[in-house]
Design a protein around this ligand. Structure first.
Ligand code: RAT
Ligand code: ZN
Length: 419
């Protein structure tokens, strides 16, 4: 705390960097599962290579019919992607370079470029070991899943009383089809024994509320979540507004659960790409504004997919304390966007935000997604402190620690009212 200003700033930056690299993280939105969910937890080289972000990148280098690719085995698909994105071209994109970071942090020789050698490194590992090792390397202590009761594989685990044996994992009830594909939801709900019909009858409302309540309790869900297209509007005289007003919000309120809105996705703009075929879409933030005004006691975790929406979303959070902005979602989870968004979020909101979630679909991705983000978040925070130092205000290590804890975990737990 003494000595010339430049030394003190350098020392502060070093402390921020060290703590940002090592601070335990709560990853509040992923597509990962504990081992008891079996095949739903994706891990290993072939899953990493066939990540849908890499599938869409690899098609840019090929004219083969999409179906030829889909008819390959997973291992063959992985070989093909490896060749296209890592051998024939340099892996400089976020998703490809991330894989190199993973190999490096796992102690593999990235210079060898030998895919079989990498596969061999996974061959004698159990999923339990890998979960422990990856979470230790990434310093991720808590992982929130994405849990869809309409997924038969997943439902089986919950209905047999499972889903809660690994205390590092938490559930989030995902309800996309209730809002985005009501006919499908009706037939799923009917299949599960709920007395619903497509018309929005009193009985249907009651039964949807019963469904939500039963699954919230069964999963001990931390929040209820949905992804929505950019043209989501509220309030409207439509199914979504009725579902929100008469089923989702009442149930969330009864259980004091936040409702997570992930807005701005246009599903399946290229269906031939399957899971990789979704696009981003600019959204209308006034829908969120109207929800927050109407339900001041309902908490909303909100992320948006279009870069164009980010600034107004951060401003919106200044107006409504029941909004918590979270993460740099999907196509925004690239270093340049994480830096830009983190900068103006900290400038507009201070540390009252959740700067990142990983959205990992494959276990080992926790390693690169968090490492890249930790570095950026630490650097941006250090720049904000530097400004204070130049005005004579200094921060202690304990204060840096407090601020990073807020960003990496406490803001989430406090907002949802769990810690
Ligand atoms: O980021 C992704 O992998 C997307 O495919 C989606 O899962 C998105 O994050 C979502 O949760 O809808
Ligand atoms: Zn996701």
């Amino acid at each position: 705390m003494h000595g010339p200003l430049t030394d003190r700033i350098a020392e502060m930056k070093e402390t921020v960097r060290r703590l940002a690299r090592t601070m335990p993280v709560t990853d509040m939105h992923t597509h990962l599962y504990p081992a008891e969910f079996g095949e739903l937890l994706l891990w290993g080289v072939d899953e990493l290579l066939t990540y849908h972000y890499l599938i869409s990148e690899s098609f840019r280098w090929s004219e083969v019919p999409y179906d030829d690719f889909w008819s390959l085995t997973k291992r063959e698909q992985a070989n093909w992607i490896w060749r296209k994105l890592f051998m024939d071209h340099s892996p400089i994109s976020e998703a490809t370079s991330g894989l190199i970071t993973i190999f490096n942090r796992m102690g593999l020789n990235t210079a060898s470029r030998d895919l079989d050698e990498y596969r061999a490194a996974w061959a004698d590992r159990t999923v339990e070991q890998q979960l422990d090792d990856v979470m230790r390397i990434a310093k991720v202590n808590e992982i929130v899943m994405t849990n869809d009761p309409f997924d038969p594989q997943e439902r089986k685990v919950w209905l047999s009383g499972g889903g809660k044996t690994d205390s590092r994992f938490y559930a989030a009830l995902r309800i996309d089809s209730l809002l985005n594909d009501w006919p499908r939801a009706v037939s799923e709900l009917q299949g599960l024994g709920y007395q619903v019909v497509e018309a929005w009858t009193e009985e249907t409302k009651d039964e949807v509320r019963r469904f939500l309540t039963e699954w919230i309790v069964r999963m001990d869900a931390l929040y209820v979540a949905v992804s929505l297209p950019g043209d989501f509007g509220y309030p409207l005289d439509d199914h979504r507004s009725r579902m929100i007003d008469e089923a989702i919000v009442p149930v969330c309120r009864a259980h004091a659960l936040p409702f997570a809105l992930m807005i701005g996705v246009r599903r399946q703009v290229n269906p031939l790409l399957r899971l990789a075929g979704d696009m981003s879409m600019r959204a209308d933030a006034t829908a969120v504004e109207a929800l927050c005004r109407r339900y001041p006691d309902q908490k909303f975790l909100v992320t948006m997919l279009a870069r164009e929406n980010q600034h107004e979303l951060a401003v919106l959070a200044r107006k409504f304390r029941n909004v918590m902005v979270f993460g740099c979602w999907w196509f925004l989870h690239i270093e340049s966007m994480v830096e830009e968004m983190t900068r103006f979020r900290l400038e507009l909101l201070g540390t009252a935000t959740i700067p990142q979630h990983s959205d990992c679909r494959v276990l080992e991705q926790l390693i690169y997604k968090w490492e890249h983000s930790r570095t950026i978040i630490g650097d941006v925070l250090a720049d904000r402190y530097e400004r204070l130092y130049r005005e004579g205000w200094q921060v202690t290590e304990a204060e840096i620690q407090r601020d990073l804890e807020d960003l990496f975990s406490r803001n989430f737990w406090t907002f949802i009212g769990r810690k």
